[in-house]
Write a protein that binds this ligand. Sequence first.
Ligand SMILES: Cc1cc2nc3c(=O)[nH]c(=O)nc-3n(C[C@H](O)[C@H](O)[C@H](O)COP(=O)(O)O)c2cc1C
Length: 174
Amino acid sequence: MTPALPEVSADLFRQAMRRPANAVAVVATGAPGARFGVTLTAVCSLSDNPPSVLACLYRESAALEPLRRNGTFSVNFLAAGQSDLASVFAGRGGLKGEARFAPDAWTTLATGAPVLRGAVAAFDCHLDREIDSPTHAVLFGRVAALVMAEPPQVGAEPLTYSFGGFGSFVPLAG
Ligand SMILES: Cc1cc2nc3c(=O)[nH]c(=O)nc-3n(C[C@H](O)[C@H](O)[C@H](O)COP(=O)(O)O)c2cc1C
């Protein structure tokens, strides 16, 4: 007989999802004075033709309506040295909206969305399409421009998140 499997409760699901290491990104939208940004791990490449990405944003996020209105956003994959920024954009410390954006840390590329200096890689996107789940908006971004850090740079290894904590990607020896 097959052993009984535990019911997949929300708690069990979250426990399992703590295990994989994920890249950490800040998704940002808006122009100076009216910028919004959120830390996300639910973000990935979709296709190289056309260059496009996916981001899953909680539907109650303060960034969602502005992002829809602007029709543009950036996906900024953080470096290990930027874990403080990941915390700020996750709302720790209570900062909201424009207050999360440190002066001089951001620039723009093609669309005008805020692009983080020193990100491992930053993708400047037009919002192509959105699919809504009950809890999240799945955003399809068409990449208009990008910048990437030139490895190797100290502190520029990709930031990761696993077991509820930040780490960094280290290649296996050999
Ligand atoms: C490591 C990490 C990963 C996160 N990943 C996501 C995610 O993929 N999608 C999401 O909607 N929120 C995610 N969050 C939560 C948001 O960052 C958090 O709710 C943030 O406060 C939302 O900003 P807002 O309050 O301006 O909407 C994550 C938080 C952390 C710390």
